[in-house]
Design a protein around this ligand. Structure first.
Ligand SMILES: Cc1cc2nc3c(=O)[nH]c(=O)nc-3n(C[C@H](O)[C@H](O)[C@H](O)COP(=O)(O)OP(=O)(O)OC[C@H]3O[C@@H](n4cnc5c(N)ncnc54)[C@H](O)[C@@H]3O)c2cc1C
Length: 467
């Protein structure tokens, strides 16, 4: 257990020091102020409220849900954030059942048929499918690898990762295992071309900056909850909306916390035109956004380091309408999987309405974000048409969506950076403050939506322990 706490120095603290006189300690207005109306914040609010504490939830955006974000104004109401609910998401299933939020085993329109088997590959500008890949001229894999299709390469080498039966085993993993995915793949014998293809549509920014322990943890979580995935009927955002509606607490939208000062006996939050003093605070801001909030607080060295450095995956999307479901008129699988970083993968969201979603990460996402909107649309359409001729004349880009450009997220989710597992593990054990941190990034045994609920609950229990 790490309890030693240091004082966060640096520019953020300096900014707050200048602001401190105007943030003088006054009357405590609430027992608990919760920053963020995503799943972590709302679950923390539920637990605190059920224990009889007065709670206020402060949310910077003008909507509830954070990284559960249903784009209600687009055809089919696609989701921009989390979608898939694992069979082992016990908290989520229980809360949804209690609030009458309906889950469905059918991905449905708007959720994204990301599980559709097989891909149409466009590698080096040449098209192939699972059956033609091994003989494709674009296949530059080693002799032993060439029968493995690009999307399956990571799974092939995952056998070389540490195998855990307990999802929380990462907490005590030896430091010598905290090496990069790049190094782990090299040691497992992956060729340069295999590593290039894995990096192309990687669920991270690049192979060097993610620890292999992060992948090992994801696989352990996946193995621990076999069973079908489900989605939320009407869109993922319906769950946090129902959670907020069931609270007695004031959920204040459009209320951005701009500075945090921890003092003996309480915490002061600065908002745009007032300050709020709370006995305790639960802060669920993703660390990629948190590092931009001036803060004066006693933090453990591990927590301070993670706030400053924990990496988040950058991802950009495009929502694309088609005149007709053209993918039904050619003999290829629905999903287009490319090694073109600008378009990454193109998923079919549904046929009625006919909608597609582009998903690109890391450097590809940066590239897309840098293009002027019209040029991005032009390039996306031209590149899809070239990879899949049946798309010719069919496409219209309705929306570009970049999570890393959202100042309240700055990425889609965290990953354990190379060499960071011990610091993150110690940060999850911090417990002796009036300023508590929560969010998917601090979950121990689960990830994604369930991780957010888990960490919100844990933070609430720490609040109750000090009330
Ligand atoms: C593209 C994408 C796909 C995903 N896919 C899946 C999936 O299939 N399955 C799964 O389980 N999970 C998935 N996830 C992850 C899941 O959505 C998240 O783990 C979960 O929603 C995070 O909840 P949270 O409460 O920790 O954070 P958030 O939902 O980000 O909540 C934090 C809140 O804090 C607010 N905030 C930020 N700064 C301030 C401030 N200064 N003042 C006040 N409020 C502030 C934010 O606006 C936000 O509402 C996905 C996420 C993304 C983005």
């Amino acid at each position: 257990m790490v309890t030693r706490r240091g004082f966060l120095a640096g520019s953020s603290a300096a900014i707050v020091a200048g602001a401190a006189p105007r943030m003088a300690w006054g009357r405590t207005e609430v027992d608990v102020a919760i920053i963020g109306a995503g799943l972590a914040g709302l679950n923390a609010a539920r637990v605190c409220e059920a224990a009889g504490l007065t709670v206020v939830v402060l949310e910077a955006e003008n909507r509830i849900g954070g990284r559960l974000h249903t784009l209600d104004d687009l055809p089919g109401k696609p989701d921009a954030g989390g979608i898939q609910i694992g069979a082992g998401y016990k908290r989520l299933h229980s809360i949804a059942g209690e609030l009458g939020v309906v889950l469905s085993g059918d991905a449905g329109a708007g959720a994204g048929r990301v599980q559709t088997p097989g891909n149409l590959y466009s590698i080096g500008g040449k098209s192939s499918t699972a059956s033609s890949w091994s003989d494709s001229l674009a296949n530059r894999l080693s002799q032993e690898e060439r029968d493995t299709e690009p999307a399956s390469l990571l799974r092939r080498y995952a056998r070389a990762l540490p195998t855990w039966t307990e999802p929380q085993a990462w907490l005590d993993a030896p430091a010598e295992l905290d090496i990069s995915v790049e190094q782990a793949l090299r040691s497992a014998g992956a060729s340069g071309e295999a590593r290039r293809l894995i990096a192309t549509n990687f669920n991270g920014n690049d192979l060097a900056s993610m620890s292999q322990l992060h992948l090992a943890r994801s696989f352990a979580i996946f193995r621990s909850q076999p069973g079908p995935v489900s989605t939320i009927v009407g869109g993922s955002q319906r769950l946090p909306e129902a959670m907020a509606a069931a609270l007695k607490a004031d959920v204040r939208l459009g209320e951005k916390v701009t500075a945090i000062v921890e003092q003996p006996g309480g915490v002061i939050l600065r908002l745009s035109d007032y300050t709020l003093s709370a006995r305790q605070v639960v802060c669920t801001v993703p660390f990629a956004a948190m590092r931009h909030i001036p803060m004066q607080a006693r933090l453990s060295p591990h927590m301070a380091k993670m706030i400053a450095q924990l990496p988040y995956t950058r991802a950009s999307f495009a929502y694309i309408r088609a005149k007709t479901p053209f993918w039904e008129s050619d003999p290829y699988p629905d999903t287009l999987w490319t090694d073109d970083p600008l378009i990454g993968r193109i998923f079919v969201l549904g046929s009625d309405p006919a909608m597609l979603k582009l998903w690109t990460t890391g450097a590809g996402a940066d590239m897309l974000d840098r293009l002027p909107r019209r040029e991005a649309e032009r390039q996306i359409i031209a590149r899809i048409e070239s990879a899949r001729p049946s798309a010719m004349g069919q496409l219209e880009v309705l929306r570009l969506y970049s999570w890393q450009r959202n100042p309240h997220a700055r990425g889609i989710y965290h990953h354990i950076g190379t060499g960071m597992a011990a610091d993150l593990a110690n940060a999850t054990r911090d417990a002796d403050s009036l300023l508590h941190f929560a969010g998917e990034h601090l979950a121990v045994a689960s990830s994604g939506m369930e991780g957010a609920l888990e960490s919100g609950e844990e933070a609430a229990l720490r609040v109750l322990a000090q009330s």
